[in-house]
Design a protein around this ligand. Structure first.
Ligand code: NDP
Ligand code: OXD
Length: 312
């Protein structure tokens, strides 16, 4: 019996490699043949056009090309079938590298030394130890936990905030609304690895940044590699201007691509990357996706399912 077709519905980047790899095992279509195409059994999507999934009578599951699923659920017509998100070693490794890179650069005064180098200034700056620095990770899930483990191994103190407040060895964990202020008050460097959901949208605002610890009069540091709409770009600029924040590394923004008019591009204490912290590599991800489709067809449960009521 032939396998059901895969709808590959991608906007924002060229899906050619995804198509090639998926086609090795299943027929792939880039749009349904008619609004109610019965031949499509699986969808692989990134920011699919609105309504494209809504009337597929034999759709068994939707696979997100990324770890986040806000781009799928933004379309309210997405049918009530299981949604599978990416949890993969190579994506986790990329994110861990990004977090360690940015935390170490801020911690070891990379910005100040680069500025000195431009001016040919030979001056040693006072250096804090990792053990004196608390990194607080908002979102202690697959990515947050891996980043926490790497930071612990470098000697940082690590705090973690999540919905459940679930524990992790070596990490001071905090949960829910009640845990947020104590978590922030004990954090010098904030790393945001939350999903974008109705509960987290806009959470990284000026009021939240004010609650971070600012030791010895130094502003705190922000690293956001979660989602742009978790943060208020203007509040970050304000916090940088009044000393609430010392520096920021931002991989994600309220509007992407970051508009040329944004003050974040040229701010001397902001490090910008174009939503590149952890890319979804089809060479690593398509094989497991196809294997899950086959296993599901044989009756096995799907893995890495999204809890639609929570939105992640
Ligand atoms: P997980 O679902 O594994 O973890 C999410 C974490 O966030 C969990 O600890 C969860 O709490 C916590 N959380 C969710 N909602 C809330 C809330 N309302 N209050 C407090 N904590 C909350 O996700 P991943 O770690 O795999 O990925 C995290 C996000 O990273 C993705 O959703 C995506 O947006 C982003 N991402 C960005 C990339 C980039 O290149 N910039 C690449 C890949 C992902 P609990 O543990 O209690 O469930
Ligand atoms: C993801 C992303 O969610 O790339 O995986 O942002």
């Amino acid at each position: 019996m032939s396998k059901g077709k895969v709808l590959l519905s991608i906007t924002g980047f060229n899906p050619r490699r995804w198509q090639e790899l998926l086609s090795a095992d299943r027929e792939v279509v880039l749009s349904p043949e008619g609004a109610t195409d019965p031949t499509i059994e699986y969808a692989v999507v990134w920011r699919q056009p609105a309504n494209v999934l809504k009337n597929l009578p034999n759709l068994k599951a939707i696979f997100s090309v990324g770890a986040g699923v806000d781009h799928i659920l933004a379309d309210r017509t997405v049918p009530d079938v299981p949604i599978v998100r990416v949890v993969a070693e190579n994506l986790t490794q990329y994110m861990t590298e990004y977090v360690v890179w940015r935390v170490l650069d801020h911690h070891r005064l990379g910005l100040a030394y680069r500025t000195q180098q431009k001016r040919k200034v030979w001056r040693e700056l006072p250096q804090r130890t990792a053990a004196d620095t608390s990194v607080g990770i908002m979102g202690l899930g697959a990515l947050g936990r891996a980043a926490a483990a790497a930071l612990l191994s470098l000697g940082f103190r690590v705090n973690g905030w999540s919905r459940s407040g679930g524990s992790m060895e070596g990490v001071s964990t905090f949960g829910g609304e009640a845990g947020l202020t104590p978590f922030l008050n004990a954090t010098d460097m904030l790393v945001v690895l939350l999903p974008l959901t109705p509960a987290t949208r806009g959470i990284v605002d000026y009021g939240l940044l004010r609650q971070l610890r600012r030791q010895n009069g130094h502003g705190a540091t922000l690293v956001n590699a979660g989602r742009g709409r978790l943060q208020k770009d203007d509040d970050i600029l304000r916090a940088l201007e009044d000393g609430t924040l010392r520096e920021a590394s931002l991989d994600v923004f309220e509007v992407e691509p970051l508009p040329k008019t944004s003050g974040l591009w040229s701010h001397p204490r902001v490090f910008v990357t174009p939503h590149a912290a952890a890319v979804s590599d089809p060479n690593h991800l398509v094989g497991p996706m196809l294997a899950q489709m086959d296993a599901h067809d044989s009756g096995a449960p799907l893995e890495n399912l999204v809890d639609r009521t929570a939105g992640y």
